[in-house]
Design a protein around this ligand. Structure first.
Ligand SMILES: [Zn+2]
Length: 71
């Protein structure tokens, strides 16, 4: 579980499962096709709705020169 508390808007469930998608489901930057990022999903345990989709390290989708280095 991460720090975000969420309630499923579809069934009201509060239990979620974090899943992770790669290979064909991976998202790749339009600008930088060599750097794909695995896509993570938060899925409602009760009804299976995907509540959130996110990439762990979005900076990796940018070209090296465009990445933020100030944090
Ligand atoms: Zn649900």
């Amino acid at each position: 579980m991460d720090k975000y508390v969420r309630i499923c808007p579809y069934c009201g469930g509060t239990e979620t499962i974090e899943v992770y998608q790669t290979y064909y489901g991976a998202v790749a930057s339009v600008e930088n096709k060599l750097h794909g990022a695995d896509l993570y999903h938060t899925v409602c345990r009760k009804c299976g709705s995907v509540l959130r989709s996110y990439v762990k390290d979005p900076e990796k989708l940018l070209k090296k020169k465009d990445r933020r280095t100030d944090y």
